[in-house]
Design a protein around this ligand. Structure first.
Ligand SMILES: C[S@@+](CC[C@H](N)C(=O)[O-])C[C@H]1O[C@@H](n2cnc3c(N)ncnc32)[C@H](O)[C@@H]1O
Length: 256
């Protein structure tokens, strides 16, 4: 697992936190007592949960030491747990299991989602958001560039690092267990300063495993240069000089 850079991740903090706000606002629970943010990153999504339910016990969990340190530094009065979502089994069920933009990093997260649902207290909810499978041309550009023979087999791991399924798949996995499932997609159109900003956005998330697999700074620069060229050609500059970056996300809430 490559390391995360919390400061770079938060460069687009408002845009990355907005789906967490929209997901939390849709969870139809008035006063849950225990809430956990799985894959909490630097704590941005955890703050959304604290604001939504100020009287709940809210904990953030992440497997990245860099992210947990950043969260602890920014919010020292809160509870943070350095742990892997896979294999996380609380002593007592939680009222809300929440995850914003994290489960796509876990292999077999359909099985994981069912496992997590079993950790939800009666009357509680599992709520998560992940990017949609075909979230933009950007992902296909990265995968195309990864085909370049120059990288050899080093791209095999990065290609498999992220998995995203269609809404039907999440519904079929959770509906047999849940009393009800609320599931929807939203497409955001992020206003970016330039095509290079889109590359910067993805450099701290989906592009990270690809760059980490390359040995030299020269190779990483070459990969980024190819991507910038493709992005510049594909994303049209608007009349004010900015660029719209379409980004579709899936939201799922399963109630126990
Ligand atoms: C894109 S960030 C999302 C951060 C935050 N939840 C937000 O809303 O912006 C994904 C986070 O998931 C964490 N993560 C990925 N796989 C994980 C796992 N198996 N266990 C725990 N955390 C994981 C990463 O370390 C990273 O901090």
């Amino acid at each position: 697992m490559t390391s995360w850079d919390p400061a770079r991740y938060l460069r687009f903090g408002d845009e990355r936190t907005r789906p967490a706000c929209e997901l939390a606002s849709r969870i139809a629970l008035v006063a849950p007592r225990s809430v956990i943010d799985l894959g909490c990153g630097p704590g941005n999504s955890t703050q959304v949960l604290r604001q939504r339910w100020p009287n709940a016990r809210v904990c953030g969990l992440d497997s990245s030491p860099e992210m947990i340190i950043a969260a602890q530094q920014a919010y020292p009065d809160q509870e943070w747990l350095l742990a892997n979502i896979v294999g996380w089994a609380p002593d007592v069920p939680h009222d809300v299991l929440f995850s914003n933009a994290a489960l796509q990093w876990v292999d077999n997260h359909i099985i994981l989602a069912r496992h997590l649902f079993n950790q939800v207290a009666p009357g509680g909810a599992l709520a998560f958001q992940i990017p949609s499978g075909a979230y933009s041309a950007l992902r296909s550009f990265i995968h195309d560039i990864a085909q370049d023979k120059a990288w050899g087999s080093r791209m095999d791991g990065p290609r498999a690092a992220l998995t995203m399924e269609e809404p039907n798949v999440y519904y079929d996995a959770l509906a047999p267990l849940a009393t009800s499932v609320d599931i929807w997609e939203t497409e955001y159109f992020h206003v970016m300063e330039s095509p290079a900003s889109i590359v910067e956005w993805i450099s701290s998330t989906g592009l990270r495993p690809f760059l980490a697999a390359l040995d030299s700074a020269k190779e990483k620069q070459r990969f980024v240069a190819f991507l910038t060229e493709r992005v510049t050609a594909a994303y049209v500059t608007r009349s004010d000089g900015r660029v719209l970056f379409p980004f579709k996300r899936i939201f799922v809430i399963a109630y126990s």
